[in-house]
Write a new protein. Structure first.
Length: 437
């Protein structure tokens, strides 16, 4: 009982702050993630909520909610991905996703290796490589809840550019989750990260997860069609999603949680594109996709999950070790540099306008996946790889999420003002026209 009341108070405050963050976003267009992180830090330092609840109790709650959040993120990515649009812009979108993610992975690893030798000499080089790879995977993806609304606001942005950015934001979250889970799986089974083993495991993980998700989705589509008129039918679908993740993850030989993550993504992809998929296999279905009410319910659920983790990340940031903050700032600068390189390579000979390329460079906000991975797996990794360096992943991830959100917000503001000026210059001056007449 001593933990229940503080826990409920914390949960209630977090939910209220989530609404406030969204309310402010609608009026200022500053992403709610910035407000939520700020509220979390404020809450932590003023009320010392972190000191009121036993850390082990918090960890149990975090890991449970993290599992739910991972399922929701991946399922959400699946149901909101249009297969036709995905294939239409797949080549450039996939190229940007892979290059940006790999460059982030390698650059972050490089930063950690160099800084470990300078300011953290107690960490062996082999461990700093592993830490750098995992940290790079944690902060390797862009956030679709931030990217998609922002690109749709930019009127002068070409459709193919919007498509590439949306595809990247949808694909990279699953990439981050799967790579981190695969790395943790290798550390727990063979005690180290082997590149050859890792690639083989990733191929197995993706293959098995995709098959499980595809089969489950196709089997569930006709059932979902029959249940769609019932008021709470979506709850049943959500229950099936959790079961697909759990069943796939329970078999370690098949890739564990990584395969479960891919299964959820593909399951959502099948349900979100039911008509197109069933048409491919000559099934004459009727209403076979999630309806608007189900997607609204799912959106609300996703909102609650996002709110919890962003405020919670702010709560967990200690700022007690200035070295972690400096590492986070350096990682942020390096991410911006490799973002420029990734955009340059992925748009080469693609006919993209200069303004569009600039937009692609600043459209790099990190989000929920990074927060979840840092908070749920970070403490365990610290205990096994770098004992005594509590908050390493949480503090650095906080700086990266906040910094990339600010870069994106300021960049979009500047681009929007530039667009308005261009539109104003294109409009004919009616006074001059009238005088000439």
């Amino acid at each position: 009982m001593e933990y229940i009341i503080p826990g409920l108070v914390t949960l209630g405050i977090i939910m209220i702050l989530g609404f406030l963050g969204h309310y402010i976003f609608n009026r200022t267009q500053i992403p709610s993630i910035i407000w939520l992180l700020f509220f979390g830090v404020l809450l932590g330092f003023i009320f010392n909520i972190r000191g009121l609840i036993e850390p082990s109790y918090l960890m149990v709650i975090t890991q449970f909610i993290a599992s739910i959040a991972i399922v929701i993120i991946l399922f959400d990515g699946g149901i909101n991905t249009n297969l036709h649009q995905l294939f239409k812009g797949a080549s450039r979108g996939l190229l940007l996703s892979i290059t940006a993610f790999c460059f982030t992975l390698l650059a972050t690893m490089g930063v950690v290796i160099v800084l470990s030798a300078v300011i953290l000499p107690s960490i062996p080089v082999e461990q700093s490589v592993v830490i750098g790879l995992i940290l790079g995977a944690i902060v390797g993806g862009t956030s679709s809840p931030i990217v998609i609304p922002l690109v749709n606001r930019l009127e002068n942005l070409e459709e193919k550019t919007k498509m590439v950015l949306c595809i990247e934001s949808i694909i990279t979250d699953p990439m981050c989750i799967v790579v981190v889970l695969a790395a943790i799986f290798m550390l727990s089974t063979i005690g180290s990260i082997d590149l050859a083993v890792g690639i083989r495991n990733l191929i197995i993980t993706f293959s098995i997860g995709a098959v499980m998700g595809m089969v489950s989705g196709i089997l569930w589509l006709p059932v979902m069609r029959r249940l769609h008129k019932d008021q709470y039918s979506y709850v049943v679908t959500l229950g099936v999603v959790f079961l697909v993740y759990a069943v796939t993850s329970m078999i370690p030989e098949l890739g564990g949680e990584g395969a479960g993550a891919i299964a959820c993504l593909v399951f959502g992809l099948v349900l979100g594109n039911g008509k197109q998929i069933l048409k491919m296999i000559d099934y004459d279905g009727q209403k076979v996709e999630l309806d608007i009410e189900a997607k609204q319910f799912h959106s609300l659920f996703s909102f609650l999950i996002r709110t919890f983790f962003f405020v919670y990340l702010g709560l967990m940031v200690s700022f007690r070790n200035i070295q972690f903050i400096l590492i986070g700032i350096l990682v942020l600068v390096v991410l911006l540099l490799v973002r420029y390189l990734a955009v340059y390579l992925s748009t080469l000979k693609g006919g993209f306008e200069t303004d569009d390329k600039q937009t692609m460079i600043i459209m790099m906000p990190r989000g929920l996946a990074a927060a979840i991975l840092a908070l749920s797996f970070g403490p365990g990794l610290v205990d096994s790889l770098m004992p005594g360096m509590t908050d390493f992943f949480a503090d650095i991830t906080f700086v990266v999420i906040l910094g990339t959100a600010l870069i994106t917000t300021i960049g979009v503001f500047v681009i929007s003002r530039s667009e308005k000026k261009k539109i104003k210059l294109k409009k004919p001056d009616h006074k001059k026209i009238k005088n000439k007449q």
